[in-house]
Design a protein around this ligand. Sequence first.
Ligand SMILES: [Zn+2]
Length: 270
Amino acid sequence: MPELPEVETTRRGLAPHLIGRKVTALDIRQPRLRWPIPRALREKLPGQRIDDIERRAKYLLVHTKAGSALLHLGMSGSLRVLPASTPIGTHDHVDWRLDSGRVLRFTDPRRFGSQLWQPVGTVHALLKDLGPEPLGDDFTGDLLWQRSRGRKAAVKVFLMDQSIVVGVGNIYASEALFHAGIHPKRAAGSVSRERYAKLAAEVKRVLEYSITRGGTTLRDFISPDSEPGYFERELFVYGREGEPCRVCGTPIKAITLGQRSTYFCPRCQR
Ligand SMILES: [Zn+2]
């Protein structure tokens, strides 16, 4: 599933091919994505020039004077800029024709992705209750500390709550908690301010690292590659049940927390 780093890498890869280009027409071969493609997008987007492409959580916002297209990759979606003559595959559901002679092609075998519309001056319902961006200045250890007081939920579940901070997926939550030395099952309200400062720094570090790696593997969006930012050998706990901790040698444990597989070192994390 594309996580925040892959979505950010997609944004950076697409931006030079989209910003300043006009959308001349849409070819919608399958309008039934996670939600149907709304009439407003079909009516308003053609003829518009793309002013900017922004990321909010795992959504991409393609801004025009008439409004913004809100794109999500779902479980298996991808966006590529291709020559208009590129043959169309079974899962190539939508093309935006551009005045550059290329198309922005949305491919999604499982169709959990979406293309929605946000009118000018409004915030789409899906974006309304989101917490701050993890890479932004608003996301700090103090914020985590303040929001967690009195909370009995496991710190990992708390960290993955989109109203607290957006886009910290399962891999990144597990890895950041390991590097911060915090046991994933610990009650969020019992983690000290100092340890939250360390955790916030580790969340930023693991996400930035992954974006950098994504940036190297996805450099050319004309021939994209869906390698995730992290490679197996760089993970400290995620997916490593029973293998020795890279720091202390203790076997890594796996538990389920909030319906998600959770990995940790029982010695390094408390
Ligand atoms: Zn360890």
